[in-house]
Structures are given as structure tokens and as C-alpha cells.
Design a protein around this ligand. Structure first.
Ligand code: SF4
Length: 253
């Protein structure tokens, strides 16, 4: 195998250190695998106490810490997860679906009833609308050109919002999914997803269509397809398509 160039190694090292700092570590872990915590409780690193307020779940530096991380390894590590209470009411873990090397990742909030049944994200009515946006609107292929996942992988009962401790428990796996995929752009679907990714309450009607950054990856905020179905106005549909056109332009850069 060719040896990586020194500048690339230095860049990756710098990004790794910034990533650790932003993620709250004050020491350098000896085992790189432990930086995000697998939920196994094995890490003995110094970390700040868990806060109950929303926290940004990734650093603003593109995570090159584990460039060889594979999505299937992340799924394997997740296992038959019982790290938060959502495991007790779920039928299936909805890890994500699509191309593990996609340039574009859509992130929703959590699985609903249809997703819980089938083990796949965005397969209900809202999912069909998302597919329509991707395939008819953006002229992309959902499975080939995108990867779709959620902030929490198990359905919150009665489709309630995930609780902060549930988001915190599941965060490492979303982070690792993005590390493995390393897309060119992320789209946050709806206010809860946008708020969790940015670590603040996002007024989605005001901020949709604007670019942000998440882990060094351009992040577009847009309306959730379920909201679009509820408020199926010409204005909302136009707004979502305008947002997606911005994403397409970003992918072409
Ligand atoms: S929501 Fe995430 S952390 Fe909680 S049980 Fe499901 S997979 Fe595990």
C-alpha cells in the first residue's frame, strides 16, 4: 500500500485532535476506537458531564479520525442495542439505508411505525414523499445516490420527540455513520433534526434553505417531508425544491 503523504497525515492528526477537543476530551485516548464511546462503558477518559440541553453532536471539523471506518462495522458495533430506553418498545433497529459511499446524506429525527415494522428509514408516507423529492425533483436515485438515516435508530413511542438522553446514547452511531460515509453534503430534515445537529433550537421556517456546517461537511436545512404533506402548499413545495437545488449545486462543486 502506498504511504500517505506527510501533509495528509498532519491534516488528519490535526483534525483528530480538534475533534477530540470539541467532543469534550481533555486527554488523548490510547485506543482510537474508544474516542466516541461504544456504549460499552469501557472508556476511562476525562469527559465533561452529560448536559440535559441539546448539544451539537459533532465537531465543526470534518472527521478524518477514522477514514477506514466501514458502515458495516458501525452496524456491527451497534449490535442489538439496549443503550437507551427506546430499545424496550422498538420492533426493529432502523440503522439507515442507501449507498455507503453516497455524496449526500439525509438525516431525519427517528423512525415511525412503518419504519419500525420494516427496519428501513423513510418508508411510510413521508418516506414516499422524500423518495419523490430525490427522484423526481432532484433526478437522483435514492438507493444509489443517497444514504438516509435518523438521529435515533429506534422508534420513540407514539412518535414523540426523542429525549435528550436517548439522543445522547445514539449520537455516537450517527457520528460514526457520517465518518464512514464522508458525504459532500448533509440535509437535515425538519426542525428536530436541524436542532440536534446544530445544538440549538432552529426556527426551521426561517432558516430552511441556508447552509451550515456539521463536522466540516456542508449542512442544508429543509422542511421534513411529513410537514410538507401536512402543509402541501405551493410555497412549501417550491421552498423545498429551492433547497434541494442548492444541494445539487453543492454536489457539483
Ligand atoms: S435509539 Fe439508539 S441508543 Fe437507543 S436503543 Fe436504539 S440504537 Fe440503541
Amino acid at each position: 500500500m502506498p504511504t500517505p503523504e506527510k501533509p495528509i497525515l498532519l491534516r488528519d492528526l490535526k483534525n483528530y485532535l480538534v475533534f477530540l477537543k470539541d467532543y469534550g476530551y481533555s486527554d488523548i485516548p490510547l485506543q482510537p476506537d474508544s474516542i466516541l464511546g461504544s456504549g460499552s462503558g469501557k472508556s476511562n477518559l476525562s469527559r465533561p458531564s452529560t448536559e440535559t440541553t441539546r448539544q451539537p453532536i459533532m465537531t465543526k471539523t470534518r472527521t478524518n479520525a477514522k477514514p477506514n471506518l466501514l458502515l458495516e462495522e458501525v452496524r456491527e458495533e451497534l449490535g442489538d442495542c439496549t443503550r437507551c430506553n427506546l430499545h424496550s418498545t422498538r420492533k426493529t433497529i432502523v440503522f439507515g439505508s442507501g449507498n455507503p459511499h453516497a455524496d449526500l446524506v439525509f438525516v431525519g429525527e427517528g423512525p415511525g411505525a412503518d419504519e419500525d415494522e420494516q427496519g428501513l428509514p423513510f418508508v411510510g408516507r413521508a418516506g414516499k414523499k422524500l423518495t419523490e423529492i430525490i427522484e423526481k425533483g432532484m433526478k437522483l436515485n435514492r438507493e444509489r445516490d443517497t444514504y438516509i438515516c435518523n438521529i435515533v435508530k429506534c422508534r420513540p413511542p407514539e412518535n414523540r420527540d426523542p429525549k435528550p438522553d436517548e439522543v445522547t446514547a445514539c449520537n455516537p452511531f450517527l457520528i460514526k455513520q457520517l465518518q464512514a460515509i464522508r458525504p459532500k453534503a448533509i440535509v437535515a430534515l425538519g426542525k428536530p433534526s436541524a436542532s440536534t445537529l446544530l445544538g440549538r433550537t432552529v426556527p426551521i421556517m426561517k432558516e430552511r434553505g441556508t447552509w451550515h456546517e456539521y463536522a466540516g461537511i456542508p449542512l442544508m436545512l429543509t422542511l421534513h417531508p411529513a410537514y410538507l404533506l401536512r402543509a402541501y402548499t405551493l410555497e412549501n413545495r417550491r421552498n423545498v425544491m429551492n433547497d434541494m437545488n442548492k444541494v445539487l449545486a453543492k454536489l457539483r462543486e
